[in-house]
Design a protein around this ligand. Structure first.
Ligand SMILES: [Zn+2]
Ligand SMILES: [Zn+2]
Length: 160
């Protein structure tokens, strides 16, 4: 994945099974040439922001009332994470409020795990912002299901 980081968007957005290039996906939000038009798009751009360590972007898209002291420098001090993939489980959007349930897969010394979260988003002056989320245990694929890393192989033949 490291070699493709500048080409294929880390968020894995693949409409019609065609992976989007970073510059045509989350990159447009990171460079401010486009605003997120849905909670899912903002969620994807924030995941990619974590992968690419765009801490200022993560703070700018986090509702200020919910930051609770979080800053770009505290984010930068968090331990190095090797992100594997983003799995969107469900989305809802009422226009002013939205939710995205996702699993953000990563690998560390302990092995593979995911942040499984139901995130809340608010639309403030036409701009989607992350507010807060509720976290759950990761749900792993079954042995014969597609691997969480997006390789297209079965889980048992890949990252398991
Ligand atoms: Zn993307
Ligand atoms: Zn895999």
């Amino acid at each position: 994945m490291t070699n493709n980081l500048n080409i294929i968007c880390p968020c894995g957005n693949s409409p019609q099974n065609t992976a989007l290039l970073y510059q045509n996906c989350c990159g447009r939000l990171h460079t401010n040439s486009q605003k997120a038009d849905s909670p899912e798009q903002l969620m994807r751009s924030r995941y990619t922001g974590f992968v690419l360590k765009l801490y200022d972007y993560l703070i700018a898209t986090h509702h200020p009332k919910y930051l609770l002291g979080l800053t770009a420098s505290t984010l930068a001090q968090s331990p190095e994470t090797h992100w594997l993939s983003l799995e969107i489980i469900s989305v809802s959007n009422t226009g002013l409020h939205g939710q995205v349930e996702f699993q953000a897969w990563y690998k560390d010394e302990a092995g593979i795990n995911a942040i499984h979260e139901l995130s809340d988003f608010k639309c403030v002056d036409g701009e989607w912002l992350y507010t807060q989320g509720e976290q759950f245990d990761a749900i792993f694929p079954k042995r014969n299901q597609a691997c969480l890393c997006g390789s297209g192989k079965k889980f048992k033949q890949c990252c398991l």
